[in-house]
Design a protein around this ligand. Structure first.
Ligand SMILES: *Cc1c(COP(=O)(O)O)cnc(C)c1O
Length: 509
């Protein structure tokens, strides 16, 4: 039996710890109700307790989602065959050659697919998706075609919607990001990208002749927006740790004082988890004489906008400052199983794009027409269940466990860095592609990263680091591809912080 370091580190917890180690040996069954001994807490049900954070997937009880160190077995070659292109092809009557696929029943295909997803989820490490949840109470709602088409605040004629839940979710974020009820507008999006597309669209509508400035390490959706909307955009260089180069930004702004500035501020970059300093950017704008009506700020907070308000002493990012919109993803920190997100902005901006649509009996304010009503329901459920305290615990877990990962990698001789306010550990890229694939690491050039989410535990980290060390022993390690490569920056003292393992003892070669 293994112990769950995650719960052990949370000394403040007043409730009994989640005891899913009991099920560690029964990998393929969800524990049946009534299986529990007297006095034992059902590890799924106890998540109804609002004092406990992180509603786990039902699979977390036997650790398929990474709640302990157990990892699901790889599928056999025969099983993988059941899922290959030919097997899942949809037979077309006029083409007899495709009829072979009917050999395998849909049930068999789906059962194998279920197994594959369990396996993939159990060794997932690279993407910032919180896989710890239990949404079984919501499963019955999948039988409805819930659609919030149109505006969240203006009900359309289609009655099967979840607007009351959507509005509750937006209200929560309005509170979190400190904007008055009468001043904001927002909606549940299909993902963080849609929130960015919406934020930048409003920026352009407010400042048709504005220039978009964002750092080179910005998520690609921001420059995609600039392309879609045919805006002038400037990609600004970055400091070694991934924040925007403030001096370069100032220089660029000062060249274009005659045009409004639209700035995307990264609240956590995708690869390095770097947070641009909003206050410093505001100071630059002020010193250059940009008055409030001459600049527009969108905050891409896909992962961290959800986390920062819960970190003590973190700089404040909210609408009490002169910002205009924030976007966040719902499937990242909050752990919704379908991609979704939240966009929040000032009401006055939305009025600029609003169109009345007679056929909807609603107004067109969103990027999409039909909108996923399930997503709003899942977001509402996560927030209601976790509550502010629960999210705070999740965030604390992520930051503490990320520090543990950094320290374990460093003492294991592997080069890595962890930015302040971040749960994204950047590390040298492993040379074994099989290892990268198995742990689903996101890589960029010669570095990779691990995003520590609530489902990542110290046990799993120990397995990961041990395997990484084996890879190094057997196949060696990567050298920086060039002097300016991400790995060179990772090794450079200009990143900040001295506690770093050398990539390789070059003198000994
Ligand atoms: C993930 C991410 C996005 C995009 O979010 P999606 O929900 O994947 O569309 C945008 N910005 C940053 C910084 C991200 O990490």
């Amino acid at each position: 039996m293994f112990s769950i370091a995650r719960t052990a580190t949370r000394v403040a917890r007043s409730q009994p710890v989640r005891s899913w180690s009991r099920f560690a040996s029964s990998i393929s069954d969800t524990p049946a109700e009534g299986d529990l001994e007297e006095g034992e807490v059902d590890p799924i049900k106890q998540y109804n307790d609002p004092n406990l954070s992180g509603t786990p997937s039902p699979w977390a009880v036997f650790d398929a989602w990474g709640a302990g160190d157990q990892i699901e077995a790889r599928l056999s070659d025969e099983e993988m065959k059941i899922l290959d292109k030919e097997a899942v092809a949809i037979p077309f009557a006029s083409d007899p050659s495709t009829l072979i696929s009917a050999d395998v029943s849909e049930t068999e295909i789906l059962e194998t697919y279920d197994k594959l997803l369990k396996r993939r989820s159990s060794v997932h490490f690279g993407y910032p998706y919180n896989l710890m949840y239990d949404h079984s109470e919501l499963h019955p709602f999948m039988k409805y075609s819930i659609n919030n088409l149109g505006d969240p605040f203006v009900t359309s004629n289609y009655g099967v919607h979840s607007r009351q839940f959507e509005v509750a979710v937006i209200d929560f974020f309005a509170n979190l990001w400190k904007i008055d009820k009468s001043d904001y507008w927002g909606y549940v999006t299909t993902c963080g990208t849609e929130g960015n597309l919406h934020g930048i669209l409003l920026a352009r509508e407010c400042h048709p002749d504005g220039i978009l400035y964002s750092s080179r390490e910005t998520h690609y959706s921001i420059f995609k927006a600039a392309r879609y909307y045919r805006m002038d955009a400037k990609s600004i260089g970055t400091l070694p740790m991934g924040e925007i180069d403030y001096d370069a930004l100032e220089k660029e702004l000062s060249k274009n004082l005659d045009r409004p500035a639209i700035i995307n501020v990264n609240i956590g970059t995708t690869v390095k988890g770097a947070v641009d300093d909003l206050d410093r950017i505001l100071r630059i704008l002020k010193s250059l004489g940009f008055t409030r009506d001459r600049f527009h700020i969108h905050c891409d907070g896909a992962l961290f906008a959800m986390m920062m308000p819960f970190i003590e002493y973190a700089p404040e990012v909210n609408f009490e400052k002169p910002i205009d919109s924030i976007a966040v993803s719902g499937h990242k920190m909050l752990g919704c199983p379908m991609p979704c997100g939240i966009a929040l902005t000032r009401k006055s901006h939305v009025k600029k794009v609003e169109q009345k649509i007679e056929y909807l009996n609603s107004v067109d304010t969103t990027i999409m027409g039909s909108r996923n009503g399930q997503a709003a329901l899942y977001l509402w459920y996560s927030l209601r269940k976790k509550g502010v305290e629960g999210i705070k615990e999740d965030v604390t877990h992520c930051l503490e466990t990320a520090a543990y990962l950094r320290d374990t990698l460093t003492s294991g001789g592997i080069t890595c860095r962890l930015n302040d306010l971040s749960s994204t550990v950047c590390l040298e890229r492993p040379v074994d592609e099989g290892f990268i694939k198995r742990w689903q690491l996101a890589c960029e050039d010669d570095i990779a990263h691990v995003v520590v989410m609530p489902n990542v535990t110290r046990e799993k980290i120990d397995v990961f680091v041990k395997e990484f060390q084996d890879v190094i022993k057997e196949q060696g390690r990567i050298l920086p591809t060039d002097k300016a490569s991400p790995l060179s920056k990772l090794m450079s003292s200009s990143w900040g912080g001295a506690d770093i393992a050398p990539v390789r003892d070059l003198k000994a070669e």
